[in-house]
Ligand binder design. Structure first.
Ligand SMILES: [Zn+2]
Length: 150
């Protein structure tokens, strides 16, 4: 990424694309995000983003400022993965499983791999894990290695 604005634009773009793919009305999910470093996980090398579910249809993403400095293939993969969590939190499991199958992706049973599967079903690219164990669209392996937590 090159700037905070570029990151904000990326999240907005991916959010709108996903909403369109699912055919969701604008108010179906109460979604918002902020960028900042006031979160313990972000002190770790691979801590870039976290998704919070506030009950009902309300979700918030918190993105580290590291996201601004990261290469696009990394920050984009992280945004897609985190949005996968948002949909997993809010939308019906059976419906999401059908959506995955219609798009040629198996729906795993565990949260982290589910987020990746949803991202792949929405945008068509697998979420990879690079040598730093961070999500990437360009480098690394899929599915998510088990030792990172599933
Ligand atoms: Zn995750």
């Amino acid at each position: 990424m090159r700037s905070l604005q570029a990151l904000i634009d990326l999240v907005d773009l991916r959010w709108e694309q996903a909403r369109a793919r699912f055919g969701l009305p604008e108010d179906a999910i109460d979604f918002g995000f902020s960028v900042g470093d006031d979160y313990p996980h972000f002190k770790k090398e691979r801590g870039y983003a976290v998704c919070f579910w506030h009950g009902g249809n309300k979700c918030r993403l918190l993105l580290s400022t590291k996201m601004i400095r990261a290469p696009k293939h990394r920050s984009d993969a992280i945004v897609r993965h985190e949005l996968g969590h948002v949909f997993d939190f809010v939308l019906n499991d059976e419906w999401l499983s059908d959506f995955c199958h219609e798009n040629g992706v198996d729906m795993p049973s565990t949260d982290e791999r589910k987020a990746d599967a949803l991202a792949e079903a929405i945008w068509g690219d697998p979420i990879l894990y690079d040598h730093q164990e961070v999500q990437s669209l360009k480098n690394g392996v899929a599915p998510r290695p088990a030792y990172l937590g599933l």
